[in-house]
Every structure is written in C-alpha cells, then in structure tokens.
Design a protein around this ligand. Structure first.
Ligand code: PEP
Ligand code: MN
Length: 350
C-alpha cells in the first residue's frame, strides 16, 4: 500500500506514520518527491488491511494499493530514478557507466593487460569472473579465490572498481571482500537463497536477467534483494533464449524501456552475452544505449582466440576503443554523456 501524504507534511508526522506502519509488522519506505512525500508500506500481504486506520490521520491524503507484485522495485513506491554510487562512479544518472574486462580472470598478465586496455579506452568499472557458472563440468571453472586476489590487485593498479560473479550464498562474504559490485548471473536469477544472502550484504548487486525470465520475474528477483535491505540493485539485460539460433541469445532491447517504465532501478545492457558474436557486439551496444540503457557491460580480451571462456564474443581492446568513441557521439544525442577520465576525476592515485 502507498500512503500519500498531504503537501507540506512535517518531518515529525512522516516519522509518526512510519512508526505506525512498522508497528503493524510492515516496512516503511519513504520517497520524497518535489510535490509530495509518499510512504510505501511493504511486507506480508496478510497485514495490509490493518493499514486502513491510517486514512484517519490528518496528514494522510489517501491510501493507494501498489498494483505491481514487486513493490520496492516499482516506480509506484519510488517515482524518481535510483542512482547508485560505487567508489565515486555513478550508475543510473545522466552519465553512462561502462563496465568492461574479460569473461574469466585467467592469469595476472591476462587481467593486467585487459584492465589497462579497457581503462585506456575509458571504462569505468572492471569486470572479470573468478567463479564461473559453466554449462559443462569439464569447462574452465574459474581461478576462484586466486582470481579474486588478482581482481583486487588489478583494482590497486588501475583504480577501477571491480564487478565479479558470486555463485553460492556461503561465498558472498568472501567475494564481497574483493568486489565492489556482486554479480548474480543469469543462471542464478531465481536462486532465492543467494538473492536473500546478497540482500543482507552492503555491496551493490548487478542482477542479470535469466535466459527464460519474464520482466515481471526479473523485477521480483530484484525485490528479494531489496526486501533484504540492500537498496543498491543494478539490473542487466543480457539476452533471452528464443527459437532463433543465428545469435547466442536474443538480445531483448525492448526490455530496457519496459523496465525503465516499471522500475526506478538502473538497467545496463550486456551485448556480449546478448549477441555471442564479436562482430555483433558494437551494433547491439549502440542500440542498447540509444534505447535508454544506463550503461553497458562488455567482454574484452587481448587474445580472444585463446580465451578460456567466451572468446567468440570478446572484443579486442581496439574494437572496444572504437565502440567507446561511437558511444561518445550517441550519448549526447539522447541527453546522456560519458565521463572521459573517471579514475582521474575521482582523484585516484593523487
Ligand atoms: C558472464 O558475465 O560472464 C556470465 C556468465 O554472464 P550470464 O550470467 O549473463 O550468462
Ligand atoms: Mn562470459
């Protein structure tokens, strides 16, 4: 239920309404807009009827049911865009955020050369998998803890914050020691115990859409993280599985404006997994940005033919540079921009 307060309601009255909501066993989520403040009362559906009593309060204008099944993720409860800050890098504002790096962390030299390459190209955040969810048990499973250490070293070297995947609830703490953003991969979108665990964690979460997940299910998975108390969820469209086989997945660009309409959470796009082919990554990246994505996550490798995972979809650093140059032209055409030297702007290393 959304409690709409009268214009000019005092802070003490807002606190009072929140206390009453919490006294009913629900959670209060205050959203201050330019015109008025609304409070979302979130929790067990069975307790909703108890809220009717709030209608009698002087400061309350009306009670409006939340129509969407996802509550904290919805624009009804939180009308303005959420902007998430990770070590000085903003995700969800007017500036686009570009995450780039190898699919898997393979070695110190591999990670260092890719990290330096994407930094030079203007990436804001370094990606790289240490725990890899592979379809085949015989495929490279990642360097695990050693990979996390290499990511920490790459952060020290470049100043780029790190996004990396966590596969299991009991590894969340370990991965969070090394990562600035925890990635939940497509295969774990409905691993509810993992979602609950990262909901308790203080690191932002990059939540990738599953290959057979509807947008409603996608936002309900985000709701699990938000309901656990972690408000920093970044959504990611990475393609869904359809009858089409020309590309690895069908990159659902329409999901971007649909999600933007339904949710205040930032959404970025992963054209690498969406297309699965190096030659298709740039056109899909350009389209995703034009469609309103808040950023991109792109796989880059210096020797993709020898990559231990996803080489076919990994760009060469020079291709990444070209894409960044194109994005700097597209961004202003749609009212966005790209910070040119994010590490220097944050005063890193000075
Ligand atoms: C990845 O980012 O390398 C990855 C495994 O992605 P997804 O979960 O989208 O398949
Ligand atoms: Mn990959």
């Amino acid at each position: 239920m959304i409690i709409v307060l009268k214009p000019g309601t005092q802070e003490s009255d807002i606190d009072d309404v929140c206390r009453r909501i919490e006294g009913l066993g629900l959670r209060a989520h205050v959203s201050r807009g330019e015109q008025r403040t609304v409070i979302g009362a979130i929790g067990d559906d069975r307790f909703k009827t108890r809220l009717q009593a709030l209608e009698a309060l002087d400061c309350v204008e009306s009670l409006v049911p939340i129509l969407q099944p996802f509550k904290l993720a919805s624009r009804e409860v939180h009308p303005t865009d959420t902007v998430i800050e990770v070590d000085g890098v903003r995700i969800g504002g007017l500036e686009l955020t570009i995450m780039a790096g190898p699919c898997s962390v393979e070695s110190e030299i591999q990670l260092r050369t890719v990290a330096e390459g994407v930094k030079a190209g203007g990436a804001h955040i370094l990606r790289g998998g240490a725990f890899k969810p592979r379809t085949s048990p015989y495929a490279f499973q990642g360097l695990e803890e050693e990979g996390l250490k290499l990511l920490s070293e790459a952060r020290k070297l470049t100043g780029l914050p790190i996004v990396t995947e966590v596969l299991e609830p009991d590894r969340v703490e370990l991965v969070a020691e090394h990562a600035d953003i925890l990635q939940i991969g497509a295969r774990n979108i409905q691993n509810f115990s993992l979602l609950k665990e990262v909901g308790q964690c203080r690191r932002p979460v990059l939540l990738k859409r599953g290959m057979a997940t509807t947008i409603k299910e996608f936002l309900l998975s985000a709701e699990y993280v938000l309901a656990g108390g972690n408000r920093d969820v970044i959504l990611c469209e990475r393609g869904i599985r359809t009858f089409e086989t020309a590309t690895r997945n069908t990159f659902d660009i329409s999901a971007i404006p649909v999600v933007k309409k339904l949710s205040h959470l930032p959404i970025i796009a992963d054209p690498s997994h969406g297309a699965g082919r190096r030659d298709m990554v740039a056109p899909m990246a350009r389209a995703a940005v034009a469609a309103g994505a808040d950023g991109l996550i792109i796989e880059v490798h210096c020797d993709p033919d020898r990559a231990l995972s996803d080489g076919a979809q990994s760009m060469f650093p020079a291709q990444f540079d070209r894409l960044m140059a194109e994005l700097r032209i597209i961004a202003p055409a749609i009212g966005r921009s790209i910070c040119l030297d994010p590490v220097a702007r944050r005063g890193w290393g000075s």
